[in-house]
Ligand binder design. Structure first.
Ligand code: NAP
Ligand code: HSE
Length: 436
């Protein structure tokens, strides 16, 4: 039985999907049943890495969605609109959707899931997080017997690629970002990668699956690598840490009304060199899931790029094709595969969360300054793990003091920092990064 595929987009991911569909040999036998019926692009004259019959290409994505030969709509065009409207149009036409579009799902996931449930069609999103790593299905299904305590990870390939090459080769930021774009890792607007927004979209999606309810995407505290100073990567290295862009969603408990309280954020973060996420290099991603009773499970692999992402897209298409083959699509939605929401989740006030901190202070190189900084932390009950003075290349009278704290309430840390800033010998709080 042939299943008609309509592709919205034939860029990095779309071309990877088309390549798999055109070469079914040696893959799961269901791949041979998938037939690319229609493909929407913006520019028909753009050179493509893959050859398709010209009659299936068009510039009207609605025509692809509405084409009666298209059974499954695959949205890999990116952006919020018209992607959102096209997904909703496919659902309204009773067609299952596979999408890699984390930006749309993180912002409009509830609306899309409600429409899909109403119509009884699947919207599957494996490729939206972690590129080729299967993480969506494991969270929905394989780990369903667990209470999830924390999901943390490196979930943006572009920034991990940039940080790795800068650390390993001393490569320049702009040059490595250009390479990431050329290799198809970066978003159409790479500000989403380097500013942390892409990772925030992804952790919002993972939180929703892990904890059973959506969170407000816009409320996630987000910092990218665009303001990261190379000297902090260097000092971190000397102190036994690596710096990675980490996204995490931590379960802080359940309120009396049943709402799960979550600490969700994205930030460049110091990881001890023996931390499981510290050895994740290049475009690879890793997601560490901590659950009861499973313990710690880590999912690792290429987090971006044509082939890996297409692998995840095709996995979703095969899931839908498999269900159609088994049930003729009359069996209703499998509640484990379909999106489900079973409780409310809320973000806690950042000031109330616990965190270790790395802070770099620029000070005068004067007797007693370390003691006075220590007193400011001590007055707020902030316990110091290490405090080191580094030589600077600036004026001889300047010093750079790096402090790493134990885990403390963010508000207490902020109070201590305010007192430190007010010390006359402190010239600047030059950097402040969370530490795992
Ligand atoms: P891309 O290379 O920029 O490809 C986008 C494709 O969509 C292009 O073929 C473009 O046509 C087409 N398109 C865009 N707007 C259109 C419109 N209004 N009408 C018709 N066609 C339109 O993007 P990509 O990297 O493949 O990413 C696609 C999606 O996958 C995004 O949501 C992205 O976040 C997600 N994703 C990407 C990766 C990755 O590694 N790249 C990984 C995971 C998820 P033209 O070719 O004619 O310009
Ligand atoms: N731009 C994204 C990244 C693509 O670099 O991780 C994969 O979602």
């Amino acid at each position: 039985m042939t299943i008609g595929i309509g592709l919205l987009g034939l860029g990095t991911v779309g071309a990877g999907v088309a390549e798999i569909l055109q070469t079914p040999d040696g893959r799961h036998p269901l791949v041979a049943d998938l037939e690319l019926k229609r493909v929407a692009v913006r520019d028909l004259n753009r050179p493509r890495p893959i050859e398709l019959p010209s009659e299936i290409l068009c510039t009207d994505p609605q025509a692809v969605v509405q084409d009666p030969a298209v059974d499954i709509v695959v949205e890999v065009m990116g952006g919020l609109e018209p992607a959102r409207s096209l997904i909703l149009a496919a659902i309204a036409a009773g067609k299952p959707v596979v999408t890699a579009n984390k930006a749309v799902i993180a912002r409009h996931g509830e609306e899309i899931a409600a429409a899909a449930a109403d119509k009884g069609v699947y919207v599957l999103i494996e490729a939206a997080v972690g590129g080729g790593i299967p993480i969506i299905e494991p969270l929905k299904q394989s780990l369903g017997g667990n209470r999830i305590q924390r999901v943390s990870g490196i979930i943006n390939g572009t920034t991990n690629y940039i940080l790795s090459r800068m650390a390993d080769e001393g490569a320049a930021y702009a040059e490595v970002l250009a390479d990431a774009q050329r290799l198809g890792y970066a978003e159409a607007d790479p500000a989403a990668d380097v500013g942390g927004g892409d990772a925030a979209d992804k952790i919002a999606i993972l939180s929703g699956l892990a904890y059973g309810g959506p969170i407000e995407r816009a409320a996630i505290p987000t910092e990218g690598i665009d303001r990261l100073d190379g000297c902090d990567v260097n000092y971190a290295d000397q102190l036994g840490y690596v710096v990675k862009l980490v996204a995490q969603a931590k379960n802080l408990g359940t309120a009396s009304d049943g709402t799960v309280q979550l600490d969700v954020r994205v930030s460049p973060t110091l990881l001890p060199k023996d931390h499981p996420l510290a050895g994740v290099h290049g475009v690879n991603n890793a997601i560490l899931v901590e659950g009861d009773p499973v313990g710690r499970v880590m999912f690792y692999g290429p987090g971006a790029g044509s082939g890996p992402t297409a692998s995840a897209v095709v996995a979703d298409i095969l899931n839908i094709a498999g269900i159609r083959a088994a049930t003729g699509n009359n069996g209703g939605l499998d509640p484990l595969l379909a999106a489900s929401r079973w409780r409310n989740c809320a973000l806690v006030d950042a000031g109330e969360t616990l965190q270790r901190h790395y802070v770099r202070l620029q000070t005068g190189d004067e007797a007693g300054v370390i003691g006075r900084i220590g007193s400011c932390f001590g007055d707020q009950g902030v316990s110091i793990r290490s405090i080191v003075q580094f030589e600077t290349s600036g004026e001889a009278t300047d010093a750079e003091i790096v402090v790493i704290t134990h885990e403390v309430k963010q508000q207490h840390f902020a109070n201590a920092l305010a007192a430190i800033k007010a010390l006359p010998e402190v010239k600047a709080v030059a950097a402040c990064l969370p530490t795992l």
